[in-house]
Design a protein around this ligand. Structure first.
Ligand code: ZN
Length: 470
């Protein structure tokens, strides 16, 4: 388990064998490496973990009536001229020229999502559902000054659990409430974070009404209709869940009001605020893409709004904060290494070969069943140091020990991480054959996946053998 100390000088300003940077928050380091440019390179386990999360989120959104889409990373600059980003957001964008044409690396997914909407309307002869909901696990790139980069918390390449909703005024209140529900379900069922009136609050950023038409674009009718519905929805969420809200008049974006969800987390004796989901109304993009003209023809709808919505926000930042908060522990279905099997050698040849055989076969069976597993061997005297190292780096969700006694008596001892107590629970599974043991372990993991399966319809299995880490 010794860290790689290899250093090769390639003569360019990049370390291809990336060492952990001391400026990176401690628990982010096993999840991703950083090449200094703010573009995280996910570790072998970190990549599989993100993949599993993306499967969960895709299933979750599909079940809630979103089209799950995937749009290109680069785009013709013309698309981002229509949206206005190229004119007003250019300093944050990566723009490049090929064959005399400007291309952009997308800093946001919205223009592509609106394009999908326009094409739906054009093809479906008035059958486009409104509200129209599109979701993407969308990777975006934004230029950030190098001085501001920080671990997974501030990067230049990140992924949003991004959705856009095109809707009319009558749907504003119910849509805001249903987005709150989505966030609550996701945090509680998938991330085991309790949403209570003590730890969550909503912040409404509204317009200064005297400046509508000047600093805030759009009409007074639009602002009034949307803001009244937002306040109504916030009241109802408050009544149902006790979640408080605050109003910041004059703090809206120039193109629309927004709601932010903030969670208070206790960390090492002090509490800090964690920005989660956001619901941002947009009066500008429907105008730029001429949605109202189009829908007046096809749907006899006079006025639509666009909502930009994220539940976790930047996946990288969310995981970065989560990893620090839980000291490197993710829920079992997205943990980079789900199970570590540790064989404890005795020095007795016959027993040791049995221990090794069982450890190896249990590992193979679990990988076959779709799990991310690592296997390692140690001896009794080195055990505590070995486990300490394991707990400070790899942090498997489940540790399994197989020693002489386990082999003789036909059982395995599991130490399962518990997010509530932040300790490990001891579980004993019986079985003298590797297959029996593996089946019992899988059953245990299945029981922990239950909530995720119920909200997403997906059992997110991305298997792998990570024995090189042990
Ligand atoms: Zn957007």
């Amino acid at each position: 388990m010794e860290r790689d100390k290899t250093h090769i000088d390639y003569g360019y300003e990049i370390d291809l064998v990336v060492k952990p940077e001391s400026s990176v928050p401690m628990f982010n380091r096993e999840f991703a490496a950083f090449t200094g440019s703010g573009i995280p390179l996910f570790s072998l386990g970190g990549g599989a973990s993100r993949q599993a999360l993306s499967m969960i989120l895709a299933g979750f959104h599909a079940r809630r009536g979103y089209y799950v889409v995937e749009t290109p990373i680069i785009a013709s600059s013309e698309l981002f001229k229509v949206s206005g980003h190229l004119q007003y957001y250019r300093e944050n964008m990566f723009v490049f020229d090929i064959e005399g044409h400007d291309f952009v690396v997308k800093p946001m997914n919205c223009p592509y999502h609106i394009l999908l909407f326009l094409n739906h309307v054009a093809r479906s002869r008035g059958k486009t559902p409104i509200p129209f909901k599109v979701y993407e696990f969308g990777r975006v790139h934004r230029y950030e000054p190098s001085g501001s980069l920080y671990g997974l918390l501030r990067v230049r390449s990140f992924t949003q659990d991004d959705a856009h909703i095109i809707l009319t005024g009558e749907h504003v209140g119910s849509t805001v409430k249903s987005i709150f529900e989505e966030m609550r379900i996701l945090l509680e069922k998938v991330f085991k974070l309790e949403v209570t009136q003590e730890n969550i609050h909503m912040r409404l950023s509204l317009a200064d009404k005297s400046l509508v038409g000047k600093e805030f674009m759009g009409t007074l009718e639009e602002w009034t209709e949307v803001e009244e519905s937002i306040k109504g929805a916030a009241e109802e969420i408050g009544k149902e869940h006790g979640i408080p809200y605050s109003k910041l008049e004059g703090e809206a974006a120039f193109y629309g009001p927004k709601i932010d969800f903030l969670m208070r987390v206790e960390e090492a004796g002090y509490s800090k605020e964690w920005q989660l989901g956001t619901i941002q109304f947009d009066f500008n993009l429907p105008r730029r893409f001429k949605l109202n003209e189009l829908l007046a023809e096809t749907h006899r709808v006079e006025q639509v709004y666009i909502i930009h919505r994220a539940l976790l926000g930047s996946i990288e930042r969310f995981l970065g904060v989560y990893l620090e908060h839980f000291k490197g522990r993710l829920p079992v279905y997205i943990a980079p290494v789900q199970v570590a099997i540790i064989g404890i050698r005795t020095g007795h040849e016959e027993t040791d070969s049995k221990i090794e055989l069982i450890a190896r076969e249990v590992k193979n069976e679990l990988v076959k069943r779709g799990l991310r597993v690592a296997k390692g061997l140690t001896n009794k005297t080195g055990l505590s140091g070995y486990v300490r190292q394991l707990e400070s780096t790899v942090k498997p969700f489940i540790n399994i020990f197989i020693g002489a006694r386990e082999v003789r008596e036909g059982y395995a001892t599991l130490y399962v991480f518990n997010h509530k107590t932040r300790e490990r629970d001891k579980v004993r599974v019986t079985g003298s054959e590797p297959l029996e043991i593996a089946i019992e372990i899988e059953k245990l993991i299945e029981s922990m996946e239950k909530d995720v399966v119920s909200v997403s319809g997906v059992r997110p299995r991305v298997p792998g053998d990570y024995s090189h880490l042990l």
